[in-house]
Design a protein around this ligand. Structure first.
Ligand code: SF4
Length: 436
C-alpha cells in the first residue's frame, strides 16, 4: 500500500490483497487502507482475497478527483434531517456512544470472559486466566502510555470511532484496528498472553492479507496437533511468516483451520462449513451457536449477533446459557443484519437499532430521501429475508444440505465455568431459517 500511495498520491483510497490472496489461499483477506494508507481494515472472512487473486487483481485504487462533489439526493433536506437524528441515536447509546469509542471492540474481552463464554485453548474453557492482560482496558492503558491513538474512525464520517492506533514499547506504530476477534483468536484461543506479540501477529496478518480469525483459529489447531507449543508467541510469528514463503506449512496455515486439522489428523477443529469459529463459545452463548450453524456464510458471528441481547442486554434480555428464545433471536437478527449489510451501514450501529424504536424508521427515511422511494420498515425486512433466501439457494445449488448446519461433535463436552453443553437437536437447529 505504501507503493500505491507513492504512485497515486495521498488522497486516494486503496484496497489490496497480499501474498495470501496471490496464492489463492482460503484464509486470504482483502485489506483496506486507512487515512494514513496502512492496510488496517479487512474484508476478512470467506477467502475474498483468494477471489481477487484468482482474477489476477492485485489492488483497486479510487481517486475521487473529478467526481461530483456530493451524491445526488432525491430530497436533500429530508436526508439531512434523518442523518442528524441517526447520529444522535448513535452517540446517545452506551455501546456506540461510550464503550466502543473508549475501548474499541476489545471492550468485550473482560465482558465475555466474565460471562464464561471466552473460548480458551481451542474451546476447552470459557475463561482465560490472562484475560485482563489482553483486555480493552489494558490496550487503552498501553496506547496512552506509548502515544498511540484511541477513538479513531476507519472513515472520516464515522460518529462511533471504535478504531485505534497501537504503538510498540518504543513508541513506534505497530498496528491499528486492533479488534476483539483478532485479540481473542491470536490470544485466548492459542493461550498467547503477550498483547504486544498478539499485535505483531495482527500486523503480520494485515501485511500478508490474512483473516485474523481464520489464522488464529488455525494456529490453535496447529497447537492442538503439537506442531507449535501452546502459548508460544514467537513460534506463532515464525509460522505466520511462512505464508509469504514456499514453506508447505505456510500454505497449509493459509488454507485455514479445517485444512490444518486434516494435515495434522486433529479431530478437535472448531469450524462450521470449514470456516473457523469466532470468539464466543456456543455452549455459553447458545444463540450465537445457532447463528454459527445456520448462517449461509459458515461459522460467522456477524450474521446474527445474538451476543448483543444475550450478553450486552440490547433489545431485551435472554439467558445465554438457556435455549429459550434463542431460535427466534438468531433468526430475527440474521434478517436484520442482512438488511443492514445491504445499506452499507456499519454493523456496530446495531446495538442502538435494537434499543431505540426510532432507529429503523430513521434508516428507512435516509434510504427514501436518497433514492426518492416510499419504502416502509416492512419492505426492508422483506429485503433481508430475500437476501437469506438467495444465499441459501446458492448454497443448495453448491451441494450444501442441513447436515452442514451443525457444530462439531466436541461441543457436547461440558464447558467450564458453567458446565454447559451444546444441546440443540438437529430439528431445533433446522427451525432457525426454515420459513425464510
Ligand atoms: S464503528 Fe464501524 S465505521 Fe466506525 S470506526 Fe468502527 S468499524 Fe469503522
Amino acid at each position: 500500500m505504501a507503493q500505491l500511495r507513492a504512485d497515486f498520491g495521498e488522497h486516494v483510497g486503496m484496497m489490496s490483497i497480499g501474498p495470501a490472496g496471490e496464492k489463492r489461499l482460503v484464509a486470504a483477506s482483502i485489506q483496506f487502507g486507512d487515512q494514513q494508507g496502512r492496510p488496517s481494515r479487512a474484508a476478512g472472512r470467506g477467502g475474498l482475497g483468494a477471489l481477487m487473486g484468482s482474477k489476477g487483481l492485485k489492488a483497486l485504487v479510487v481517486d475521487e478527483r473529478g467526481s461530483a462533489p456530493h451524491l445526488p439526493m432525491a430530497d436533500p433536506e429530508k436526508f439531512k434531517a434523518a442523518a442528524r437524528q441517526w447520529a444522535k441515536i448513535l452517540v446517545n447509546h452506551p455501546v456506540s456512544g461510550q464503550a466502543l469509542p473508549t475501548y474499541g471492540t476489545a471492550v468485550l474481552i473482560n465482558i465475555v470472559n466474565d460471562a464464561g463464554a471466552l473460548p480458551t485453548q481451542n474451546f476447552r474453557r470459557g475463561q482465560f486466566a490472562a484475560a485482563a492482560d489482553l483486555s480493552g482496558e489494558k490496550m487503552v492503558e498501553l496506547i496512552k502510555q506509548r502515544g498511540g491513538k484511541t477513538k479513531k474512525g476507519c472513515h472520516p464520517g464515522c460518529v462511533i470511532q471504535c478504531s485505534q492506533i497501537y504503538h510498540d514499547a518504543t513508541g513506534k506504530y505497530l498496528t491499528s484496528g486492533f479488534e476483539y476477534e483478532s485479540i481473542w483468536a491470536l490470544g485466548a484461543h492459542t493461550t498467547i498472553r503477550d498483547l504486544d506479540c498478539i499485535a505483531q501477529l495482527d500486523r503480520l496478518c494485515d501485511d500478508l492479507g490474512l483473516d485474523t480469525i481464520e489464522t488464529g483459529v488455525a494456529l490453535g489447531v496447529m497447537m492442538e496437533g503439537g506442531l507449535i507449543p501452546w502459548g508460544d508467541g514467537p513460534a506463532a510469528l515464525d509460522m505466520v511468516k511462512k505464508v509469504a514463503s514456499d514453506d508447505p506449512w505456510g500454505l497449509i496455515l493459509g488454507n485455514g483451520s479445517a485444512y490444518v486439522g486434516q494435515a495434522l489428523g486433529v479431530a478437535r477443529v472448531p469450524v462450521v462449513k470449514r470456516q473457523g469459529l469466532p470468539a464466543y463459545d456456543p455452549r455459553a452463548e447458545k444463540g450465537i451457536g445457532l447463528t454459527y450453524a445456520t448462517s449461509p456464510m459458515g461459522g460467522d458471528h456477524t450474521a446474527g449477533y445474538t451476543v448483543a441481547t444475550n450478553i450486552l442486554g440490547c433489545g431485551g434480555k435472554t439467558d445465554p446459557l438457556k435455549k429459550e428464545g434463542q431460535i427466534e433471536l438468531s433468526r430475527n437478527l440474521q434478517i436484520a443484519t442482512a438488511v443492514l449489510d445491504c445499506t452499507g451501514i456499519c454493523l456496530f450501529t446495531a446495538f442502538a437499532v435494537l434499543d431505540n424504536p426510532e432507529a429503523l424508521p430513521c434508516i428507512v427515511d435516509m434510504i427514501n430521501a436518497r433514492y426518492g422511494l416510499d419504502l416502509r420498515a416492512d419492505d426492508i425486512v422483506a429485503l433481508g429475508q430475500q437476501v437469506l433466501q438467495d444465499e441459501r439457494g446458492f448454497n443448495r445449488d453448491a451441494g450444501f444440505t442441513p447436515a452442514h448446519d451443525r457444530l462439531p461433535e466436541f461441543f457436547k463436552e461440558k464447558l467450564a465455568p458453567h458446565n454447559v453443553t451444546w444441546d440443540f437437536t438437529d430439528a431445533e437447529i433446522d427451525q432457525v431459517l426454515k420459513d425464510i
